[in-house]
Design a protein around this ligand. Structure first.
Ligand SMILES: [Zn+2]
Length: 617
């Protein structure tokens, strides 16, 4: 029997996937943490139930021990000294004393009660199992661990630049994901994350003066108070245990500070948004305004990109900029209103692109950073008075992409994000080129189809691990077009777009236009003809391999021309307008393609009486 057939028999058909028969592993974490705020250390007990939903037998498991990255000599430290445009925040690590650095060590571990052998390799724990976990079976792993919170450098740590005591992201032994491509035990050297979907029950015992926020729901508000469940003030005892629970997430973050103000905004009956920020007269009013913007923000994103799946979200001051986590974000809080709202919009959209659509951020960072950039730019445009269906120009992102495409440091978007030669190439590929992936896709399939693709992709892939082929498959189904070539060119190569108006042969009653594919990237072509009477006609020339074309966009006067077989470097089009009636021609008039040389996209016809007009270039 083929593998596919076996899978169909045992797991049934779930969703249409580019990954063959789709399955995913599952975890249930229970953790008890005792936190020492004097030494910035903690000890923990973890019980993890691992459900092997894969068709494979698991004989070994891996855990991430992220805090071990924040030590002199770690891979993160070495890497930061060996990349040309390094992240200066990380250079502090090599100077950390034993009190300042971070660590996370596993002291003992069992599988179904039997002691296990394990080995720490930097930020990865390698665990050989006592008994293999067979397909469809589960195992219970128990461990004791201890950790020290490093001084804040990147994402997590203690006492960040704004004085937030604890930004506890990537803080516990976190099981690596095993998927259709096997294990993903990537050492932590600076980029982002990937996790196993599951449920968390986390009990944190800490000095009762600290206000906590984080992933999941606080289940004992009456004990912890600090504004949860309507209970204000301090808990009665010196230390208190916070009970957090979260379901269907792939990570768990928390943060703590004594000076947090805690505000709750009710967006609707199914959603409370918690704001936790340090009391600071200079910035409190910005947070007040942010609280007022939150309902409008959620309502819009729910309407345009699909409904937020949790009943709670927390915007928490902490970290070093903005970073997304399940049901929460850590952002810096002492900033302008514009900055505060901007970073919140971006991080909130990550609740769609990564916290619901859990792509592997190390392999496909553009699927969350790029899609988040695209949708947050649209959302910010709406919040600042734009049309609800509007799409702003992506001028800045487009300029960055062109800059990278012309740079010697350009690499395909398919490079693993830790392995880029230059940090800026990662940044542009993940954020700008990822956003333009969608913007340019709207040029190919039409904006309405793109919006529908994003909604359907969200509904179909939430709480799973989508891969590049999966959004493309949804786009194909929505548009009825064949689009796999687009990923091949855009993601897996550094090919360059350049379409040109090569020649125009004018007559009194018609005009022949010769277009050229001067670059090595194939695309359909929008050719806008502006006539001297002021009217505008838009020709769309689909690629033949698309087996169709996009629908008419924005009620434009649109004419669909014969498809372009991509092997031909040129394409001829005869338009029924005499040369004296034509004012100008423009390829990609809305600037939605990454066309490197735009000078040859436009042509003004400069003739008064030319019965015969020839321009060749
Ligand atoms: Zn982001």
């Amino acid at each position: 029997m083929t593998r596919a057939l076996i899978l169909t028999l045992f797991w049934g058909l779930s969703i249409t996937s580019s990954q063959g028969q789709y399955w995913q592993q599952r975890v249930e974490y229970k953790m008890d943490i005792d936190f020492d705020t004097e030494k910035h250390q903690f000890i923990g007990d973890q019980e993890l139930t691992y459900f092997n939903n894969s068709p494979d037998t698991i004989t070994r498991v891996y855990y991430h021990l992220f805090f071990n990255a924040f030590q002199p000599g770690s891979m993160m430290d070495i890497r930061s000294h060996n990349v040309s445009d390094t992240d200066s925040r990380l250079l502090l690590i090599s100077k950390f004393s034993s009190e300042e650095m971070g660590y996370l060590h596993v002291m003992s571990m069992t599988q179904n009660g039997i002691a296990l052998k394990f080995e720490e390799q930097g930020t990865i724990l390698v665990v050989n199992l006592d008994k293999p976990v067979l397909p469809g079976k589960k195992a219970v792993f128990k461990m004791k661990f201890n950790g020290q919170v490093p001084l804040q450098t990147r994402r997590s740590g203690r006492y960040n630049a704004e004085g937030v005591a604890y930004s506890m992201a990537q803080w516990y032994p976190k099981l690596s994901e095993y998927d259709t491509e096997g294990w993903h035990a990537d050492p932590y050297i600076g980029r982002e994350f990937y996790g196993v979907w599951g449920d968390f029950k986390v009990n944190i015992t800490i000095d009762s003066e600290f206000v906590l926020g984080g992933t999941g729901f606080v289940k004992n508000p009456k004990e912890v108070k600090h504004g949860y469940g309507g209970y204000n003030g301090l808990p009665d005892s010196e230390k208190v245990t916070w009970h957090f629970e979260a379901e269907n997430v792939h990570d768990f973050m928390w943060a703590a500070d004594k000076e947090y103000l805690h505000k709750i905004v009710k967006v609707n009956d199914n959603l409370d948004v918690h704001l936790l920020y340090k009391d600071n007269p200079e910035y409190n009013s910005n947070w007040d305004t942010l609280a007022m913007v939150v309902p409008k923000l959620f309502n819009y994103v729910n309407w345009r990109f699909g409904k937020y799946g949790f009943k709670k979200y927390s915007i928490i001051q902490g970290g070093d900029g903005g970073m997304e986590y399940p049901m929460a974000t850590l952002i810096t809080g002492f900033q302008s209103l514009r900055g505060l709202i901007g970073v919140t919009v971006h991080e909130l959209l990550h609740s769609w692109y990564h916290m619901a659509l859990g792509n592997n951020e190390l392999k496909y960072p553009w699927m969350d950073e790029g899609f988040t950039s695209y949708t947050s730019t649209i959302t910010s445009n709406y919040l600042s008075g734009g049309d609800s269906l509007g799409v702003p120009d992506f001028d800045r992102a487009m300029k960055s992409v062109i800059y990278l495409l012309e740079s010697e440091k350009d690499e395909p978007m398919s490079i693993h994000s830790d392995h880029y030669l230059a940090r800026f190439a990662y940044g542009i590929n993940a954020y700008s080129k990822g956003a333009i992936y969608l913007h340019q896709l709207s040029y190919i399939i039409g904006q309405k189809n793109l919006d529908e693709t994003l909604r359907r992709y969200y509904n179909q892939w939430q709480y799973k691990h989508p891969e590049p082929g999966d959004i493309m498959l949804v786009a194909e189904k929505v548009s009825g077009l064949e689009l796999d070539w687009y990923n091949e060119y855009y993601i897996f190569s550094t090919r360059k777009v350049d379409y040109a108006i090569k020649a125009v042969y004018g007559k009194a009653d018609e005009t022949r236009v010769v277009l050229e594919r001067a670059g090595d990237f194939i695309l359909p072509v929008d050719l806008q003809i502006e006539l001297k009477d002021g009217s505008i006609v838009l020709y769309n020339i689909p690629l033949q391999i698309m087996r169709g074309h996009k629908p008419v966009e924005n009620d434009k006067n649109m004419i669909f021309s014969t498809p372009w077989p991509w092997v031909s470097p040129t394409y001829e089009l005869t338009i029924p307008y005499g040369i004296n009636d034509v004012k100008s021609l423009h390829i990609d008039p809305e600037v939605r393609t990454t066309d490197l040389n735009r000078e040859n996209n436009d042509l003004e016809i400069k003739t008064d009486e030319g019965i015969l007009y020839i321009l060749e270039r």
